[in-house]
Ligand binder design. Structure first.
Ligand SMILES: Cc1cc2nc3c(=O)[nH]c(=O)nc-3n(C[C@H](O)[C@H](O)[C@H](O)COP(=O)(O)OP(=O)(O)OC[C@H]3O[C@@H](n4cnc5c(N)ncnc54)[C@H](O)[C@@H]3O)c2cc1C
Length: 433
């Protein structure tokens, strides 16, 4: 069965992945003279930059996700199927999903990235990661349950272990998560857990490199470090995690750090689908593409966003894995496909770098507008809020997030402190309490 997509005389464009890249490609192909088929293993788009706020009880999960069917809005030429793509068979212009095969005239691969544990199986099994809505909800449950557990043990060794919150990876996700946890510690947890001595709660941010936010300027790295230290986060540079069994992390300097909450935010790799020769796969498990985002050697297969490795004169190791890259490539590839359908020549892609921002906490953020123009403090924080609201998909989501932010700002509260589905880390044997 070919996923029951109606037969059409129009050329069929399959877009795999409804993330930032795929969604923008789909947006530009809706209502055009092609048959658009959007495939995703989830039925929603995830606004990944705000996952950490779901994990730290600041936002509802539903405010940062958007149903893909609603996004297509009933466009007559568009079809969505919730299915996982297993393989691409370029010789037959066909995609194999776990629900059947489907042929394409043009294919856009926008499957994003997954967490890279660098072959450390025990870390992969026992640490938490933050890539999807369900992982963010799990993480929220994990954090909240740990505080409940602290009150159910009189064993000081166990309680000390539960008090250690460790984040590996000092990129934007690690920095933002550490900042949000420190706000919970300062503003929210003391009211909820007056019986706990929260001065003993440690938030430890580890990074193997020499600075935080390595892809940003020295200004941004230095200010992020300063703000985190002001918030009482222990930042340890030049130290990584070598193994983790769910109870203790062994660090690269040999130190043993007891913790039941290790978050792994120290690496990503392209979420490749089978079907391509290894010669087409570049560093970081990404598909090599040319200036038109065509996968090397194919005229009708395009890859965009985090799964694509596109070099230009400014980015010798490929464009960065950022939402704006995926967004711009998505709409550009769609325009090029329409040009090809109309018998015109495609145009090369040029990334417009509008700068980058990272928030650390209340009134504290950092931003690089250009190589020489940097922002910090409240101005960067406001810029961060505005940019994230602008890119969030869906008017209702924008309103919900904005009102939650106002509420959180005025009341110092984090509304979503709910454990609705008990979280159990399967790999931890025995009861730690
Ligand atoms: C926690 C976090 C914070 C971030 N913060 C920022 C930030 O502040 N600023 C910024 O610019 N960027 C940020 N990023 C990076 C940004 O989110 C990515 O660069 C962007 O999402 C890439 O878009 P994409 O379309 O390539 O992939 P994604 O948005 O990841 O979308 C991939 C889609 O493909 C689907 N998919 C994957 N495999 C299959 C398959 N086999 N079959 C069917 N469907 C499949 C997935 O379900 C998903 O919907 C962050 C990322 C994370 C994880």
């Amino acid at each position: 069965m070919a996923l029951d997509i109606p037969v059409s005389k129009l050329p069929r464009v399959i877009v795999i992945g409804g993330g930032f890249g795929g969604l923008n490609a789909a947006k530009a192909l809706k209502g055009k003279n092609v048959q658009l088929v959007l495939l995703d293993k989830n039925n929603h788009h995830t606004f990944q930059p705000l996952l950490y706020q779901v994990a730290t009880s600041g936002l509802e999960a539903g405010s940062i996700a958007y149903p893909l069917r609603k996004f297509l809005g009933g466009a007559k030429n568009a079809h969505f199927r919730m299915t996982e793509v297993e393989e691409i068979i370029p010789s037959r212009n066909e995609v194999k999903t776990n629900d059947g095969y489907i042929k394409y005239d043009y294919l856009v691969i926008s499957t994003g990235a997954s967490t890279n544990f660098f072959n450390m199986k025990d870390v992969e099994e026992n640490a938490s990661e933050l890539k999807s809505v369900s992982q963010a909800i799990d993480m929220r449950h994990m954090f909240l349950q740990v505080f409940e557990k602290m009150l159910l043990t009189d064993n000081e060794v166990v309680r000390a272990r539960l008090m250690n919150f460790v984040i590996a990876g000092g990129g934007p996700t690690g920095v933002e998560l550490a900042g949000a946890l420190s706000e919970l510690r300062r503003r929210v947890l003391p009211d909820d857990y007056p019986e706990l001595d929260l001065k003993k709660m440690r938030i430890i941010l580890l990074d193997q490199g020499t600075k935080l936010l390595a892809s940003m300027s020295e200004y941004a790295s230095d200010h992020a470090l300063k703000y985190l230290e002001q918030f009482g986060v222990e930042v340890r540079l030049g130290v990584g995690v070598k193994s983790y069994d769910g109870r203790q992390a062994v660090l690269s300097n040999g130190e043993i750090l007891p913790t039941e909450t290790l978050v792994w935010a120290a690496g990503v790799k392209g979420e490749l689908v089978d079907g391509f020769d290894s010669s087409l796969i570049a560093k970081g498990n990404r598909l090599k593409v040319d200036a038109y985002n065509r996968v090397d050697g194919f005229s009708n297969i395009f890859a965009i966003g985090d799964v694509a490795m596109q070099e230009d004169e400014r980015y010798k190791n490929g464009l960065p894995g950022l939402a704006p890259v995926a967004i711009q490539q998505g709409s550009h590839v769609a325009k090029n496909i329409m040009k090809l359908v109309e018998g015109k020549s495609p145009e090369p892609f040029k990334y417009w770098d509008k700068g980058s921002l990272a928030t650390i906490g209340r009134l504290k953020a950092v931003g690089d507008l250009s190589k020489t123009m940097h922002l910090g403090g409240m101005i960067a924080w406001i810029a961060w809020l505005v940019v994230h609201l602008f890119y969030l998909i869906g008017f209702r989501n924008k309103v919900m997030v904005f009102s939650d932010w106002i509420w959180n700002y005025i009341t110092f509260d984090r509304r979503v402190r709910l454990i609705v589905r008990p979280y159990r880390k399967e790999k931890i044997k025995g009861d730690s309490a």
